[in-house]
Design a protein around this ligand. Structure first.
Ligand code: 13P
Length: 249
């Protein structure tokens, strides 16, 4: 069976309504002109732009997801957004545990796992992010860190997407070598299998400075089932070029 890639755009804190409408209609137009087999496209705009993105992308086949969610379905949590609300809007996925949230919002593995469980309960597919810092990489702790993050933040017996994003590769233009990606993705796949109930929709994405120029090489690595794209997802042409690289494999 040929694998189906997931190319996800994490817009982070970018995206006014006008920007969202333009970018989403451009992506939809590119996909209409050139439908991609074996590739799912997903955009994850900020909460305020989700409705606009969903409206613009209606019937385009492009999926929409959130960048984070609360770990409770509802309640007295001022300023938070629950996975039930994301599902209600029409989202299919939600990113949890991105390194920027682990770092700036001090999110722990335990909290990330609760969020992933809440997302699953709401009928969303969580994209759970993990990855080592440069210091951890340079002191040969990468696999131990990955193992600890998987143990702590991934629900068992569930179909989830895991995104390996080395912190030092995010927004820096630096990417790990193919050998490094191969090593970590193999370790994640092995661990994921041991967690049980892994269906065909469970995936492992690579993220961190993915560009049209390096996408094919990264996506060609065993156990790389797609990409979580930051900067390059903010332009329709580069986001689509990455998706085309996946479709060409
Ligand atoms: P860049 O693609 O900008 O490096 O960001 C990666 C990322 O953090 C996606 O979640």
């Amino acid at each position: 069976m040929t694998k189906k890639f997931l190319i996800a755009g994490n817009w982070k804190m970018h995206g006014t309504l006008a920007f969202t409408e333009t970018l989403c209609s451009e992506v939809a137009a590119l996909l209409k002109k050139e439908p991609l087999k074996q590739v799912d496209l997903l955009v994850c705009p900020p909460f305020t732009a989700l409705s606009g993105a969903l409206k613009t992308l209606q019937k385009s086949g492009v999926l929409v997801g959130g960048q984070d969610c609360h770990h409770e379905p509802h309640g007295a949590y001022t300023g938070n957004i629950s996975p039930v609300m994301l599902k209600d809007l029409g989202c299919t996925h939600v990113i949890v545990g991105h390194s920027e949230r682990r770092q700036y919002e001090r999110e722990s593995n335990a909290l990330v796992k609760e969020k992933a469980e809440a997302a699953l309960a709401a009928g969303l597919i969580p994209i759970i992010c993990i990855g080592e810092t440069l210091e951890e990489r340079e002191t040969s702790q990468t696999l131990a860190v990955i193992e600890r993050q998987l143990e702590g933040s991934v629900p068992r017996d569930a179909t989830v997407v895991i995104a390996y994003e080395p912190v030092w590769a995010i927004g820096t233009g630096r990417v790990p070598t193919i050998d490094q990606v191969t090593e970590v993705h193999a370790a994640i796949a092995k661990k994921q299998k041991s967690f049980g109930s892994v269906s065909g929709t469970a995936k492992i994405l690579y993220g961190g400075s993915v560009k049209p120029s390096n996408a094919a090489a990264l996506l060609n690595v065993p156990h790389v089932d797609g990409a979580l794209v930051g900067g390059a997802s903010l332009e329709a042409a580069s986001f689509f070029a990455i998706a085309k690289a996946a479709a060409g494999l």
